[in-house]
Design a protein around this ligand. Structure first.
Ligand code: FES
Ligand SMILES: [Fe+2]
Length: 338
């Protein structure tokens, strides 16, 4: 049993982490920090994404300050040029035709992948699957992105918070929480490897449904919530309105930046807004207010670590998802050590 997971626990290098959004990878190299390490990202003319550790092997200058030349990257300091595989193909100070040192090459993460408009990296051979959101590939859904947020916090605690249902009526009184039931219904958690799903149905007062006013439907309606988790810090909540129709999906992807900070990528997918960008903007602003309520608390935790020894905290039947989170992350840590 591992004791606790911190943002920079080395075992997290064996998993996928969000590095940036797809539209942030362009022909201008940029630097993004994950797990205490800077990565340079750029997009080649044929659309492929290139990612390397953001330091030149010569004098360790940040490559993100250099420039793209087609599919190649030129360092800003002494002008060395590296090809798409990171091999140095030009050292201007040596002139034409020189033999280049074999060690003049860039290292990169073990894995780079683009999925649902985001770029993920696995610094070392990943043990966990790449997260995917089905709604992102369903043409009935439109997507709205929250701005990328950076907070003081622990990625494990933020994942715990996203999966937690008992805090709604307390932390979210300013947004949606006031009318939420305090009692968490019984639900089952189904684990599959380094992922799990948990779903439950309950009744709620649908005050936003115009069909209630029109006498088409009762105020109390059925709603199904499905949480999907992929280790280490990829989360999805699908809310299906079983009577009024429509599905809202919230994606939440956490990048541990350093030991005290987390970058949050969150997007919404909705199939009930008739393509309206105005209504999507309202939905994004509302979700941002909800996340702000969570972060106001999460950023204040003194110990930025998620206990993996489940005897350290008190759990109840309302905490099944967050106990499973600890079990899976503990398994990941153990597997990464073996
Ligand atoms: S530090 Fe990059 S070329 Fe010298
Ligand atoms: Fe919350």
């Amino acid at each position: 049993m591992s004791d606790a997971l911190r943002n920079l626990s080395p075992e997290l290098r064996r998993a996928w982490h969000p590095l940036c959004r797809s539209d942030e990878a362009t022909s201008s190299p940029r630097s993004f920090r994950v797990l205490g390490e800077n990565f340079v990202v750029y997009r080649s003319p044929n659309g492929e994404v290139r990612v390397f550790f953001d330091r030149c092997p010569h004098r360790l200058a940040p490559l993100s300050l250099g420039s793209c030349e087609g599919d190649n990257l030129r360092c800003v300091y002494h002008g060395w040029v590296f090809d798409a595989n990171g091999v140095c193909i030009e050292i201007p100070a040596l002139g034409d035709g020189a033999t280049l040192p074999a060690r003049a090459r860039l290292d990169g993460p073990s894995g780079v992948i683009e999925s649902h408009s985001m770029i993920f990296v696995a610094p070392e051979q990943p043990l966990t699957p790449v997260p995917s959101i089905a709604a992102a590939y369903d043409p009935n859904f439109q997507r709205g992105d929250l701005p990328v947020l950076v907070t003081r916090g622990n990625a494990g605690l933020l994942a715990d918070n996203f999966l937690d249902m008992a805090h709604f009526p307390f932390v979210h009184v300013g947004t949606f929480g006031a009318g939420e039931a305090r009692e968490v219904p019984n639900y089952a958690v189904t684990r599959d490897g380094y992922t799990f799903a948990a779903a439950y149905e309950h009744e709620f007062a649908n005050r936003e449904d115009p069909g209630v006013e029109a006498g088409l439907r009762p105020l109390l309606q059925r709603r199904r919530l499905t949480y999907r988790y992929t280790a280490p810090f990829h989360l999805e909540l699908a809310i299906e309105f079983l009577d009024a129709g429509g599905t809202n999906v919230i994606g939440f992807f956490l990048a541990p930046v350093d030991d005290e900070h987390v970058r949050i990528y969150s997007s919404l997918w909705r199939d009930d807004l008739d393509g309206s960008t105005e209504r999507m903007k309202e939905a994004v602003d509302f979700e941002l207010a909800v996340v702000d309520e969570d972060l106001a608390l999460q950023s204040r935790f003194e110990n930025l670590e998620l206990p993996l020894d489940i005897t350290r905290e008190v759990h109840t039947r309302a905490d099944k998802t967050t106990v499973e989170l600890r079990r899976i992350l503990n398994d990941l840590v153990q597997a990464a050590r073996n």
